[in-house]
Design a protein around this ligand. Structure first.
Ligand code: ITT
Length: 198
């Protein structure tokens, strides 16, 4: 029987990327909305704390093992902001977040626009799992001067990918998953799950 795992996220962009990568991993993945999981406040001060909080909450409410992703963008010129607060940066969603970032970065020269996406993915066997599996990955890039591209979600239209010479919103889903923070963290968690015979 295929193992059922709940995905502790309500972010459609993340969910699309998870499904594409995990589609062939041999699990049956259910979004937490299938189980009417009520979101929990992300009170942690680190990506890993917030990922554990979300996975534990989904496992508790569904009775299933859970995967959660806490991610965000760290901008060097802003001392690492918005970081764990990336989703909540403007308080008004993705478009307003991007506008706020452009505004805060308007006087920052090209060589000081370095940034990275970070992603922490956690797997919990059950809500009281004392040793969750944890995978962490990052993706280096730069903040652009204007929005470009329509793929992806969140800050993708402003994230310049040096190896491609485009924004991450101009990459195809497979191109992004092959090199992104989330793609790398997902491959890592799959290999940890395999080692743990899950
Ligand atoms: P869930 O907690 O329900 O998963 P969320 O959007 O609140 O959804 P986070 O707290 O982890 O998730 O915030 C992540 C934010 O970081 C996300 O809303 C984007 O703004 C940004 N982000 C993360 N990964 C990204 C990616 O691959 N491309 C663009 N932006 C990304």
């Amino acid at each position: 029987m295929t193992k059922k795992v709940i995905l502790a996220s309500g972010n459609q962009g993340k969910l699309r990327e998870f499904y594409r990568i995990l589609g062939s991993a041999g699990f049956e993945i259910a979004p937490q909305s299938d189980y009417d999981v009520v979101d929990v406040p992300e009170t942690g001060l680190t990506f890993v704390e917030n990922a554990i909080i979300k996975a534990r909450n989904a496992a508790q409410q569904s009775g299933l093992p859970a995967l959660a992703d806490d991610s965000g963008i760290e901008v060097d010129a802003l001392n690492g902001r918005p970081g764990i607060y990336s989703a909540r940066y403007s308080g008004k969603g993705d478009d307003a977040n991007n506008q706020k970032l452009l505004e805060e970065m308007k006087d920052v020269p090209d060589d000081k626009r370095t940034a990275r996406f970070r992603c922490c993915i956690v797997y919990m066997r059950h809500a009281e799992d004392p040793s969750p599996l944890i995978a962490d990955a990052s993706w280096e890039g730069k903040i652009m001067h204007e929005l470009s591209g329509a793929n992806g979600f969140g800050y993708d239209p402003l994230f310049f990918v040096p190896g491609h010479g485009t924004s991450s919103a101009e990459l195809s889903p497979d191109e992004k998953n092959a090199i992104s923070h989330r793609g790398k963290a997902l491959q890592m968690i799959l290999s940890l799950m395999k080692q743990a015979k899950i």
